[in-house]
Design a protein around this ligand. Structure first.
Ligand code: CTP
Ligand code: ZN
Length: 162
């Protein structure tokens, strides 16, 4: 229809085998890639869609990873920045499993304690960082050793630094 602008539905390419991380809070897809350590240099196909309109949540981001299955610890990390994300395992073009990400009650490493004097930041023989999850929405972590609170903005800032 020349000259007539149709309202279009954006359809993102489906994948054959891999993982679809859906319902990522709008604008947070890059952080999800960052926490998974995906740079694009791995060679596998990664599809990213941001600010997609969704009837259920208004707008959302989606990340599709071909030929990749995520570990439990990776799902916990995703929950730090995208607490409503759903994980769809795709096999031979079909969704064979759908789960929600879930933050555990405690989480190891992931971020550096912002308190420079914390034992986890000692230059010699540092203790591994460990955090208690004191709030899931928004994410607030509490250092197991010095009780410093770490908010979502700080967590995201640390992921984006690398
Ligand atoms: N998907 C995909 N490739 C496939 C199958 C599904 O990329 N071969 C994607 C879909 O595009 C969607 C997600 O995986 O983003 C979940 O698919 P599906 O369960 O079919 O969609 P919905 O019913 O809309 O999911 P939900 O109820 O979780 O919103
Ligand atoms: Zn600390």
């Amino acid at each position: 229809m020349a000259g007539k602008k149709k309202s279009e539905t954006i359809r993102i390419v489906k994948i054959t085998d891999g993982t679809v991380i859906d319902h990522i809070s709008a604008g947070h897809a890059l952080e999800v890639l960052e926490i998974l350590g995906i740079t694009g240099k791995e060679g596998s196909v990664v599809t990213l869609a941001m600010n997609i309109s969704s009837s259920k949540v208004g707008s959302k981001d989606i990340v599709k990873l071909e030929k990749r299955v995520l570990e439990q610890s990776e799902l916990a990390r995703i929950a730090l920045v995208a607490p409503d994300a759903t994980i769809n395992i795709i096999q031979e073009g079909e969704v064979v499993k759908k789960t929600r990400v879930e933050l555990p009650d405690s989480i190891a490493n992931v971020v550096i304690c912002p308190n420079k004097r914390c034992v986890t930041n000692k230059e010699r023989e540092p203790i591994h960082a460990k955090y208690q999850v004191v709030s899931k929405r928004p994410t607030v972590l509490k250092c197991h050793y010095c009780w410093t609170l770490i908010e979502e903005a700080e967590i995201i800032a640390q992921f984006m630094e690398h």
